[in-house]
Design a binder for this molecule. Structure first.
Ligand SMILES: [Zn+2]
Length: 453
């Protein structure tokens, strides 16, 4: 039998280790991973390249529907594909409406199905007053529920007070889905911000001081307690510090089912970079001092962090231009650079595949993804680990061509991205013909339902 597509040669990062061989693809699926597969109808020469499972970005904001002028799934998914990505989990904010009920889910699904070239899954939102909506969101196929423990910056997505979080987690546990939290203490960050405002301080240093590491540690600890009490699976998004990781591991040792996510920018940059770069590097939690950054990196190397998401969260350029640094929109646009950012740090390649794909698929019940093996969807990133590139405006596929990565030289160049057997990106060009699809999680280990709607 002649396969539709054979990827010939290359170092293939499989669940069992890195092997030199070929991949045979039939329709959307991998049918063989071995050396010397027979000729296919089409072949791609991958000699000299490393083949990773397609990157799964579990944390980003494409802001569609409603705020496609901030990014949009058409541009965002192209940037993701250019970075080796085949699937993303879109956050319930900053689209308008936010994904806080089934009707809003349907609106986002429709928008993304027509705009996105990669596959996508949707986070639902947990906000005060919508706990009764979670069951319908679960039926629609959300991967979990995202809550803010501090002000989200978006009035229509208020933070979850402790009772909302407790009752939401109880419901999420019943539904078999995780709750993801943005872990920063509202009590600490709000009071400190007010104190600086009263003192007339609007500068970057004041912003950094208004969101200290303890605000993250306190919120992780509190969320860990509530998750443990309710039996809810907990996911901590964008952990920014070594102390944050330690707090999450403490919760695990006490019995919380917890997973840890960080972002490339917390591993690459420090608060000195924020002082140097300014608005483009503003995010919350903020970039940290070198000791916290190094401790976080050490945690990643020890395997304590489960997943790395980009938290790509762009905005129109004018929202990055304010006198008052506190009023500047927080969010780093980096969806295209996750793999090079990590490759450049010298991460072991199987661990890179785990952090950017396999662990996410397993944690969130995304079947047939995250592994290069027969039976899995043919979601692949072909990467030249020896080549380097300088990040330039013209290499960005995102809507607004600004990112703190501009001008950086990064090792690891994505040559091709293959989504369900289709080459959607090839050597600088988007080649996708078909659109992305909604991917739903399996809600428990025994579920047999497929991943596609
Ligand atoms: Zn985010």
């Amino acid at each position: 039998m002649i396969s539709d597509l054979v990827i010939r040669g290359g170092s293939i990062v499989t669940p069992g280790g890195v092997i030199d061989g070929d991949i045979a693809i039939e329709d959307e699926y991998i049918v063989a991973v071995t050396s010397g597969v027979s000729a296919g109808k089409r072949e791609i020469d991958a000699s000299g390249l490393t083949i990773l499972p397609g990157l799964i970005d579990i944390h980003l904001h494409f802001n569609e529907p409603g705020r496609a002028d901030w990014e949009g799934a058409a541009t965002g998914s192209r940037a993701l594909a250019a970075g080796g990505g085949t699937l993303f989990f879109d956050m319930p904010l900053n689209s308008s409406p936010c994904t806080t009920n089934a009707r809003h889910f349907d609106q986002k699904r429709t928008a993304l199905e027509s705009a996105s070239i990669t596959d996508f899954a949707l986070w639902g939102g947990l906000i005060p007053g919508n706990v009764t909506e979670l069951a319908e969101l679960a039926d629609r196929g959300v991967v979990g529920f995202k809550a803010f423990l501090c002000d989200s910056g978006l009035p229509e997505f208020p933070r979850a007070d402790d009772l909302t979080l407790y009752e939401g987690m109880r419901e999420a546990a019943r539904l078999g889905l995780p709750v993801a939290v943005h872990a920063e203490s509202e009590e600490i960050t709000k009071r400190l911000s007010k104190r600086f405002a009263e003192a007339g301080r609007h500068d970057i240093a004041a912003f950094l001081e208004s969101r200290p590491v303890i605000a993250e540690v306190e919120a992780i600890t509190r969320a860990g307690l509530l998750a443990r009490e309710t039996g809810c699976r907990l996911h901590i998004v964008h952990i920014s510090s070594g102390k944050g990781v330690a707090a999450a591991l403490d919760a695990r040792s006490l019995g919380t089912d917890i997973s840890l996510e960080t972002c490339p920018h917390y591993l690459l940059f420090t608060e000195d970079d924020l002082l140097r770069i300014g608005a483009l590097a503003k995010c919350a939690p903020p970039l940290r001092d070198p000791s916290e950054r190094d401790a976080l990196w050490a945690s990643v190397l020890r395997g304590e962090v489960d997943a790395i998401g980009s938290d790509h969260s762009p905005c129109p350029p004018e929202m990055k231009r304010r006198e008052n640094f506190f009023e500047i929109w927080g969010g780093i646009a980096g969806v295209q650079w996750t793999l090079p950012a990590l490759i450049d740090k010298g991460l072991d390649i199987p661990q890179l595949a785990a952090l950017t794909s396999a662990n996410a698929a397993r944690r969130f019940g995304i079947e047939r993804r995250g592994a290069i093996e027969p039976g899995a969807y043919a979601d692949l990133a072909l990467v030249d680990l020896k080549a380097s590139q300088v990040v330039r405006e013209e290499s960005l596929f995102q809507r607004h061509r600004t990112t703190p990565y501009l001008g950086m030289k990064l090792r690891g160049v994505v040559g091709k991205t293959i989504r369900r057997g289709e080459v959607i990106y090839s050597d600088g060009t988007i080649t996708a013909v078909t659109s992305g699809k909604l991917v739903k999680p399996a809600r428990n280990r025994n579920a047999t339902s497929g991943t596609h709607a």
